[in-house]
Write a protein that binds this ligand. Structure first.
Ligand code: PLP
Length: 442
């Protein structure tokens, strides 16, 4: 075992880090050692402005004492209890609370432990829904190119990021993909929802005609795609997709793992964008990232289709040991209290004008070829350096970190998603830092 190059830090060998260039990272680790409000503190005792809410997660800001206390109390009272053929009060309480903020009609909640598990859960609920109604032909799942739906086999099968799929075999059978909406000429530097691209949703009819509409079980998309580099849905696109799903008779799943819990200025993108899916996947902001947790919201009709057989039988053969974990629920309830009290479900809408203004001022910064935004999400696309994808993006990320801001890059696209408690002064500081970083790299 070798020691970490960071003084007083643990050895870094044993932890095989996710989505990380392990050897490069371990040669010069970047450790975050504490956090409060809008800021992390780094191992070298610098204040780091959080431009990414961790990983689209810490919507209510860092170090919320109310959440810490709620988790501690719950752990002391009931540390763990199963939810298979048993129950504990706080899981029911939290599900009721979530149902009360969910879009109308989404009042059945299935608990998971991550976004990836929420996706697997929603895909399985969709397949089982048709089966329960006696329609055994509907087994095909449709995703979208450049989609990200976590890292499990269902998610990478419907997902469309090649690096996440390439070496892991053929994936689920019977999957097809809609075209992505990136790179349309009329959308460059669009503010908010871009004008071009609604027609791409009609490709679903072509896919359905190819396979037979009666074989399609569900379509899954991110209302705003994050991990592929911030793709905002073109005006009318999601409406077209909903209409096509209705024509085909399949379910529409919104993967709201990044948009859920206030990111777009409403509790869910479903409400912010005014399009109604049948299932909603969430995680991350559900409890401010305090503990692993996710939830799938089902429309009542989808849930009720399962509730028709003999009452002594298990309706859905699916679940996780920690579904509805008491401490994760306690963190979730405290998070929802904070979000409601501080107006954080809608704060992104208040902050969006200043966010948009400062973000789009970077249009003229070096290397920038596109800027995209919605709610408190921002994307800055850079030209790749000499055709080497990701090299320039990584350098900008490092420069920004050295200058005191945490940003996220995916290839050469900067993806921003700050805690929803952000103030205008933080926005100014974030974009000043990114501007300097862009000028500092070649
Ligand atoms: C849209 C979307 N779905 C699913 C996931 C997977 O979530 P997790 O990493 O919690 O499994 C993510 C994570 O970023 C995501 O952005």
């Amino acid at each position: 075992m070798t020691n970490s190059p960071v003084p007083n830090a643990p050895a870094t060998d044993a932890f095989w880090m996710p989505f990380t260039a392990n050897r490069r990272f371990k040669a010069a680790p970047r450790l975050l050692v504490s956090a409060s409000g809008m800021f992390y503190r780094s191992h070298d005792d610098r204040e780091i402005l959080d431009g990414t809410a961790g990983l689209w997660t810490v919507n209510a800001g860092h170090g919320r004492k109310e959440i810490v206390d709620a988790v501690a109390r719950q752990m002391a009272e009931l540390d763990y209890a199963p939810t298979f053929q048993m129950g504990h009060p706080i899981a029911f309480e939290f599900a009721e609370r979530l149902a009360s903020i969910a879009p109308e009609g989404f009042d059945r909640v299935f608990f998971t432990n991550s976004g990836s598990e929420s996706v697997e859960t929603a895909l399985k609920i969709a397949l089982g829904y048709h089966y329960a109604r006696g329609d055994h032909r509907r087994t095909r799942l449709i995703g979208r190119e450049r989609g990200y739906h976590g890292t499990n086999f269902g998610g990478i099968s419907v997902g469309g990021i090649v690096a996440n799929r390439r070496v892991f075999g053929p994936g689920l059978p019977g999957v097809d993909h809609l075209p992505h909406t990136h790179g349309l000429a009329g959308n460059v530097f669009a503010q908010g929802q871009p004008p071009e691209g609604a027609h791409l949703a009609k490709e679903l009819d072509r896919i359905a005609a190819l396979h037979g509409p009666e074989t399609i079980a569900a379509v899954i998309v991110e209302p705003v795609a994050g991990s592929t580099g911030v793709l905002i849905p073109p005006l009318g696109y999601l409406e077209e997709l909903r209409a096509a799903c209705d024509r085909i008779g399949c379910l529409l799943i919104f993967d709201e793992v990044i948009t859920g819990y206030g990111r777009l200025g409403q509790p869910f993108a479903t409400q912010a964008l005014g399009v109604r899916p049948d299932l909603i996947c969430t995680a991350k902001g559900i409890n401010n990232g305090a503990l692993p947790m996710g939830a799938v919201f089902a429309r009542r009709e989808v849930h009720d289709a399962y509730m028709t057989g003999p009452e002594n039988l298990i309706e859905l053969f699916h679940g996780y040991t920690c579904s509805g974990h008491p401490a994760a629920c306690a963190a979730g309830l405290a998070t929802m209290d904070i979000m409601a009290r501080e107006g954080l479900f809608t704060r992104a809408a208040d902050m969006a004008p200043h966010w948009q203004k400062r973000l789009h001022e970077l249009k003229s910064a070096p290397h920038v070829v596109d800027v995209r935004n919605l709610g408190l999400i921002g994307g800055i696309e850079l030209a790749a350096r000499d055709g080497v994808i990701g090299a320039r993006g990584y350098d900008v990320f490092l420069k920004a970190y050295e200058a005191g801001a945490l940003i996220r890059v995916t290839g050469d696209i900067i993806a921003l998603s700050p805690p929803l408690i952000i103030e205008e002064s933080h926005i100014d500081r974030l974009f000043d830092t990114i501007g300097q970083a862009l000028h500092a790299v070649d």
